[in-house]
Design a protein around this ligand. Structure first.
Ligand code: FAD
Length: 319
């Protein structure tokens, strides 16, 4: 088994370990690498990053970092952060072009809004997401609900279905590594739907998820085709050159226009490719995370690429 195949599960397990979090976040040089993937601790820093991205023709989806919230107060604080960000984005948006595709979006993790609270987690997350969707609609900003580990998928899709009655532009994410996702794509590719398709970033058991990279890629291609043939707005979230090429071919064969799909990538990853896709006339949205709860997000980014881990380990060497 290649080293990277052993490293990924170990890094993903570490991403959920409070003990590892205490150790890694205390290392002074960690923050330098974090800054590559995270737009800053504060809303002001995030807004500055957003303005720079918009200036380069890219669109954005902004995530206030945090997940697996165990305290209701923390979930409420997360809502407050989103409301504050949305009023800042509303001021930006007043000068942005208005068209069928919104340049500004926020991404929410329901576990940060209380979904994993032991009592009434689903209802609390629904209520919190509703408040954010209402404020976003006022500000002219789209909302997308992120996908987390598979134990949350049914609750998350249930909340999305419920909210879409009132907020039809609400988007969500499907993860190609889950065996169920091709079916979910069929169900959710109807008119008005906005689905972000990604490979999936969590450590999942073989009973629910493909483990082999080639199987995940094959599933991504099947799901992509279902979404592109459907009536919704597919959001192709990947940095993988083979999948980007496949998406371009799919766009051609399904005769989709530039306003009928978009590419998405993460902040700090493949910047030149992001600009190239924009130069070619595509919509390209960057996922912009900010806030000080970066540990889980950062570890998942390290897990995706052995080179990032090597870079991190080298940065720990003194001198
Ligand atoms: P990979 O095979 O992982 O990467 C292909 C190539 O891209 C690599 O060879 C490398 O050149 C480059 N690359 C990839 N990752 C990195 C990195 N970390 N650092 C440097 N280079 C890299 N996952 C979820 O589970 N839920 C979500 O809600 C979710 N939202 C996402 C939103 C967006 C906009 C994107 C782009 C991804 C999201 N993901 C989400 C993460 C996704 O599931 C993958 O874990 C991640 O995108 C890596 O997969 P890949 O498709 O880029 O392919």
């Amino acid at each position: 088994m290649p080293f990277s195949a052993l490293l990924r599960p170990a890094m993903l397990a570490a991403s959920r370990s409070p003990r590892m979090e205490r150790t890694i976040t205390r290392i002074p040089t960690t923050k330098k690498l974090v800054d590559r993937f995270v737009a800053g601790d504060s809303a002001d820093q995030a807004v500055a990053a957003v303005e720079a991205l918009l200036g380069s023709g890219r669109y954005v989806t902004i995530d206030y970092l945090g997940e697996d919230t165990t305290e209701i107060e923390q979930a409420r604080t997360t809502v407050t952060h989103y409301l504050h960000m949305l009023s800042a984005l509303g001021r930006l948006n007043s000068t942005a072009e208005t068209e069928s595709v919104r340049p500004l979006e926020v991404s929410l993790k329901l576990s940060a809004l209380g979904q994993s609270l032991p009592r009434d987690g689903h209802a609390i997350a629904l209520e919190h997401a509703h408040r954010i969707c209402a404020a976003a609609a006022e500000a002219g900003v789209w909302v997308n609900i992120d996908a987390e580990d598979h134990t949350t998928t049914d609750s998350t899709l249930g909340i999305v279905r419920e909210l879409r009655g009132e907020f039809p532009s609400l988007g969500t994410v499907l993860q190609a590594y889950l065996r169920r996702t091709e079916g979910d794509c069929r169900e959710l590719s109807g008119e008005g739907s906005r689905i972000r398709l990604c490979k999936g970033a969590y450590k999942e058991p073989a009973s629910v998820a493909y483990q082999d990279r080639a199987e995940v890629d094959a599933s991504y291609l099947r799901c992509l085709r279902v979404l592109m043939l459907g009536d919704g707005y597919p959001m192709v979230a990947t940095h993988d050159p083979a999948l980007i090429e496949a998406a371009r071919e799919c766009v051609e064969t399904t005769h989709r226009k530039p306003d009928e799909f978009e590419f998405q990538m993460l902040y700090g990853i493949r910047d030149a490719e992001q600009r190239r896709l924009v130069d070619e006339g595509n919509h390209l949205r960057v996922y912009v995370p900010y806030g000080d709860q970066w540990y889980g997000y950062f570890m998942r980014r390290l897990a995706e690429r052995p080179a990032n881990v090597a870079f991190f380990l080298r940065s720990l060497k003194p001198g």
